[in-house]
Design a binder for this molecule. Structure first.
Ligand SMILES: [Zn+2]
Length: 166
């Protein structure tokens, strides 16, 4: 995980201190209150529905065969809905015709908080953005949710929709 060595306020070295029964990195300079809390970073994720099928994407930095959702960080001032629509446009070149909230998930290994949406994409062809190596488009019944990170949002969405749609 993230390792911070210097104070963001004054530049002095951080030291390990126990605060509220947890080890924290805190400024070593007398009187400086800086603590590196290492709070989770919010990330938006899109489960994209395209012509009734679901889009899974492989990031360029991921190994062959590993697929996930479209994800990204929020820009300053954006709502999560705006961020997820922008990411789908940037990464797949698709416009969102509908956006539904799925849920919020803790991704402890990445120290992220995932805000997941089901995004129904409009017409138009998929063109991959800079971050993606490839995508696969599968009927929902062929999608196997993975049990960490964005996979939990896939699982919940499939469970909720199995009755009504498939
Ligand atoms: Zn300091």
């Amino acid at each position: 995980m993230a390792q911070m060595n210097f104070c963001s306020y004054c530049g002095a070295e951080l030291k390990t201190t126990v605060i509220d029964a947890k080890e924290r990195r805190m400024c070593s300079r007398e009187g400086c209150p800086y603590v590196f809390w290492d709070n989770p970073t919010p990330v938006v994720a899109a489960l994209v529905e395209y012509h009734g099928e679901l889009v899974l994407a492989r990031n360029k930095s991921w190994p062959e065969g590993m697929f996930g959702l479209i994800t990204g960080f929020l820009e300053k001032g954006e709502t999560p809905e705006q961020a997820v629509v922008r990411e789908v446009k940037e990464e797949l070149s698709l416009d969102a015709a509908g956006v539904d909230f799925i849920g919020v998930y803790t991704f402890e290994q990445m120290n992220q908080l995932i805000v997941a949406y089901h995004v129904v994409a409009g017409m138009g062809a998929i063109t991959l953005g800079d971050e993606l190596a490839e995508v696969k488009v599968l009927p929902p019944e062929q999608v196997e949710p993975w049990d960490f990170g964005t996979g939990l949002a896939v699982r919940d969405w499939l469970n909720r929709n199995r009755m009504s749609r498939f």
